[in-house]
Design a protein around this ligand. Structure first.
Ligand SMILES: C[S@@+](CC[C@H](N)C(=O)[O-])C[C@H]1O[C@@H](n2cnc3c(N)ncnc32)[C@H](O)[C@@H]1O
Length: 238
């Protein structure tokens, strides 16, 4: 069950807000109206912000893709992609931290996100002029990857999965972005279908991000790369 989300806007963005409210079936609020549900999307100038209405100390969340660039070094995510990987499908895009890192590191990335609010915020961020260079390397698809993956042609070299993980008593508190994702999409999901589709359709590899303490999502991995908090399990597709 999706949590209720309302939307409001300044006068500059009324048209965009209207269109988004219609396409995502969100309640469009007048200035004086208060949202009834836990989330409010707000257009203000060139920003699209997400408020968590029940948490007064929560500062509005904005997707800033420029923050996702990281230094490459001996990066375990990049190493997990393997040699000769040109096109990666990030089938669990989230806030696109990993997708942007892959894109600015030279991969062509198709990022697929199922949640309508997350996907709308990503699209808004990608449409900003400051991210124009990213658009050449990164395509965003709103949809369920189990359905999107079979239609991607030519098939991607690597399909990358970073499914939600419910957490572990010893895990450090999740970062803000992850806390919001958990509130929007829930703590964890059944990944069997997603993994099966990835194994059926990737050309060279399927890579799955896991916390160190978590079991692999499937048997048969052929390798892994390790970072400080997470590892990337590598599978050879069928
Ligand atoms: C742990 S987050 C991914 C974080 C991401 N790697 C990043 O760098 O921001 C998992 C995301 O995958 C999305 N997701 C899970 N299953 C999906 C599916 N079948 N199709 C598309 N998106 C999916 C969830 O909605 C959630 O946003």
């Amino acid at each position: 069950m999706m949590p209720p989300v309302a939307i409001k806007s300044d006068s500059l963005n009324a048209g965009q807000a209207n269109a988004l409210a219609t396409s995502l079936d969100l309640r469009l609020l007048e200035d004086h109206q208060m949202p009834a549900g836990p989330f409010l999307l707000e257009f203000k100038g060139d920003r699209l912000m997400l408020h968590m209405t029940g948490s007064p100390r929560f500062r509005p969340w904005i997707v800033d893709l420029r923050k996702h660039r990281r230094s490459k070094g001996r990066d375990p995510l990049l190493r997990a992609m393997g040699p000769g990987a040109g096109h990666v499908v990030d089938a669990t895009a989230g806030w696109c931290v990993d997708a942007v890192h892959l894109a600015v590191s030279g991969f062509r990335v198709t990022a697929v996100e199922q949640d309508r609010v997350v996907a709308a915020m990503l699209k808004h961020a990608l449409d900003q002029p400051v991210n124009r260079e990213l658009v050449d390397r990164m395509e965003l698809v709103h949809g369920d990857s189990t359905r999107v993956i079979p239609g991607i042609r030519p098939r991607a070299d690597v399909i990358y999965l970073d499914p939600m993980y419910p957490g572990h008593p010893k895990s450090p508190a999740p970062r803000k972005g992850m806390r919001i994702l958990r509130a929007l999409v829930g703590p964890g999901q059944d990944t069997r279908d997603l993994f099966d589709q990835a194994m059926r359709h990737a050309k060279k590899r399927v890579v799955v991000k896991r916390p160190h303490h978590a079991d692999p999502i499937a048997s048969g991995k052929v390798g892994e790369t390790r970072g400080k908090l997470v590892r990337f399990d590598i599978y050879k597709p069928h």
